[in-house]
Design a binder for this molecule. Structure first.
Ligand SMILES: Cc1cc2nc3c(=O)[nH]c(=O)nc-3n(C[C@H](O)[C@H](O)[C@H](O)COP(=O)(O)OP(=O)(O)OC[C@H]3O[C@@H](n4cnc5c(N)ncnc54)[C@H](O)[C@@H]3O)c2cc1C
Length: 250
């Protein structure tokens, strides 16, 4: 599974910074209508780098330098508040299967209580430690899951976090059916059950600060999870700094 978010700059001034990408486990391709402008923006970016090059011939031969992403975007973003040794213990408030009976595989949408203790941003992930022990009698290692809710949470009170989880079940070489530890733990969670959460983690896929940025969202499978959080914030909630222009809705 894989997810990729690219924020294209809206002006030459921001052209140096705004490309953010990340690979996360998730088959879905989202082309917001903003994508129609992508080639125009990409050309503009190319023009900026050409204009800044004093010696075009030398520049063509020079190795391409990796552009640094502004750290300002990271300001105030909390990471690793909760670690595996002392995880936050939340409760499952809701767990719903979101794939149909005939779908290949099972995916669930779940909401956990946080009481506001996990201050995450759209684009971050949390870790989950499944109950029980591994084959060596040790606690299970955490698995990462992309946060699927906006920072306000599905109930709008900043006291919940949501995930979109695919149940992993496969047949191994010996012909045995194997169930993934954490995905099955999560998909089987009943409302009221406790869940050990770590994080939040990740600064690579945060939403761009530039209010005019073009966002291209590519995700496969549950790779759409972080984009649900983006779309929820952009379209459903009313934020001064995230408005969608009408040409984007055509
Ligand atoms: C940043 C990040 C974000 C993620 N976000 C999400 C998300 O939003 N939603 C989501 O559902 N998952 C997500 N994942 C994946 C998630 O972390 C787990 O890897 C996944 O749920 C499987 O964990 P598990 O404990 O169920 O399986 P495990 O018990 O860990 O088993 C997984 C292992 O089983 C083996 N295996 C799996 N399939 C096969 C096969 N077909 N044949 C043979 N062996 C196989 C492999 O060895 C694999 O490593 C994310 C991962 C990362 C790194």
């Amino acid at each position: 599974m894989a997810a990729l978010a690219a924020a294209l700059p809206s002006s030459p001034a921001t052209a140096k910074a705004a490309v953010s990408s990340s690979v996360a486990p998730p088959c879905f391709l989202a082309y917001p209508s903003r994508l129609r402008n992508a080639s125009r923006v990409a050309v503009r970016t190319a023009q900026v780098s050409t204009a800044e090059t004093a010696e075009p011939a030398a520049a063509a031969a020079a190795p391409v330098k990796e552009k640094k992403i502004s750290k300002k975007q990271d300001e105030g973003v909390v990471t690793n508040k909760y670690r595996p040794k002392e995880p936050y213990v939340g409760r499952c408030l809701l767990n719903t299967r979101i794939t149909g009976d005939n779908a290949p595989g099972e995916t669930w949408h779940m909401v956990f209580s946080t009481e506001g203790e996990i201050p995450y941003r759209e684009g971050q992930s949390i870790g989950v430690i499944a109950d029980g022990e591994d084959k060596n009698g040790k606690p299970h290692k955490l698995r990462l899951y992309s946060i699927a809710s906006s920072a306000l949470g599905d109930f709008g009170d900043s006291k919940t976090v949501s995930l979109c989880v695919k149940r992993l079940v496969y047949t191994n070489d010996a012909g045995e059916v194997v169930k993934g530890v954490c995905s099955n733990f999560l998909c089987d969670l009943k409302p009221g059950a406790e869940v050990k959460i770590t994080g939040p983690v990740g600064k690579e896929m945060l939403m761009p600060k530039d209010p005019n940025a073009t966002i291209i969202m590519l995700g496969t499978g549950t790779g759409i999870a972080p984009f649900r959080s983006f779309l929820w914030k952009i379209f459903f909630e009313e934020h001064e700094d995230y408005k969608v222009s009408t040409n984007c809705l055509n």
